[in-house]
Design a protein. Sequence first.
Length: 304
Amino acid sequence: MSFRDDGKVYLEVGVNEVVSKDDNPNVPYGAEETARNLVECIQHGATVVHFHARYDDGRQAWTDDEVCRTIMATAAREVDPLAYPSYVGSLDHIWALAERPPAGTRLLLTPFDPVQHVKRVLWLEEENRFGVVSFGPDDPNNSRPPYPPELDRFAELGLVPNIAVFNAADMRWVVLAARIGILRQPLNIKLFFSDRWVSNNDPDPDVIDFLISRIPAGIDHETVVVPYAMSSAERSQALWERALDRGLGIRVGIGDCPWAFPTATNADMVDRAVDLITGRGLNPATQADLRVRVGAPAVAEATS
């Protein structure tokens, strides 16, 4: 049963991403500010918070698991900090967080961008499997497995991949991977749309319809629409409204779209989203709802 079947909506927040306080002075830097934003977003109704670990001066702390651990442990004093960090290339900090959990909580969601892992892959329909494109015996792609081995590690650690779909090619891979069981269901998908980043989906609400039409009826999923690096609040709003009309979740946050919302706080953005959701007679899904949906233990059990 999806969240919408129970009258609920998956509401995620992107609190800081790669943008600066020059873009919006409320963008959180450092563990303390980020933890405070995490707590406020959940208290205002967010289901999940996505954050970038950043130092106090705003620099990205991509692989520093101690910054991530401090953020989640600090937030755990007040809320169930259902949150996950970002990554570029290395997932070492994800493994470290899973193996040495933050005080008071455990990592459940993990970021996973197919674009960072899936390179020159073939689909072999008759064999129902992936293969690797080779340009000859010396091609370094020959040593690359036909599916990301990180997925096996996620399963070993009980982590649920939060899958970023930036374009139709990503969606095709995700659907095929789910079809053969490489990705476990329910899938946790984010659809990115941008009027600035040309690698992201075109920010036309009709593209939402196209992408979700690619997901076969038999695949269980929770999908969230993410306006990203958008310059227009109106176009962001149109994407959120179409997502809600189609039974999907939404993501908001000043980390995602600081230029469209240059003076808002993350709590303001959550309030805006909650108004959209409750205006349709729905409610945001809670952290407990998501844990049940993916078959994870409650936070008290997870930390015992």
